[in-house]
Design a protein. Structure first.
Length: 201
């Protein structure tokens, strides 16, 4: 899930802090609350299936204010949460909203939360998955868990035997000059053709 938090304070001249409510100062406290929550998620939810065995909460972007000599009247924070299996997106979103409210309400700061991306529930293939076994045989690699989002959970909800497989390396994702090596493509086409032939024809 990817969400945003917008704090609305009141701008004023920076020579007198009493003239306004600094949204950036309050966002500092909101961030501290989110970092505490991140640690609590890490302590509460673990899954040894993953290389990173706990949920992650990444603070990805922050924007606020318009001038160094003005009290910051607004501040936006954008963040991303990656859940482990068994966690509920709506519960996490409600937890975060309650924590932001706990910080902002006593200070008289208005906040709004917005969904950037509603989120994808975590999922994993069953150990007896025929698709997983076939893919392992065709590639000579054991299945592993990955920590990025796909359409997989939605297909699994429809009752489909679902795995995530394809060419590329996640280490290159979202990097400058992101690329996929050409020598990965033909072997992938071959494996996908064999899987389709075995399971769909």
């Amino acid at each position: 899930m990817m969400d945003s938090i917008r704090l609305v304070g009141q701008s004023g001249h920076s020579s007198d802090p009493t003239l306004g409510k600094n949204a950036l100062d309050v966002m500092h406290e909101v961030i501290a609350e989110l970092l505490t929550y991140r640690q609590q998620l890490k302590d509460k939810y673990t899954s040894d299936l993953f290389a990173i065995p706990y949920p992650t909460l990444n603070l990805g972007a922050i924007h606020g204010g318009d001038n160094p000599n003005r009290i910051c009247g607004y501040c936006n924070l954008e963040f991303d949460v990656r859940l482990t299996p068994g966690m509920n997106i709506d519960t996490v979103r409600a937890d975060i909203q309650e924590r932001v409210k706990r910080v902002t309400e006593p200070l008289g700061i208005h906040f709004e939360m917005g969904e950037i991306f509603s989120g994808v529930p975590a999922f994993f293939a069953e150990e007896n998955s025929a698709m997983l076994k076939a893919a392992e045989e065709l590639t000579n690699h054991s299945g592993i868990t990955v920590q990025f989002g796909t359409e997989g959970p939605f297909l699994q909800e429809l009752g489909m035997d679902t795995i995530v497989m394809g060419p590329g390396n996640i280490d290159q994702a979202h990097q400058p000059n992101e690329y996929m090596s050409m020598d990965m493509i033909n072997p992938s086409i071959d494996v996908l053709t064999k899987l389709i032939t075995k399971h769909c024809l």
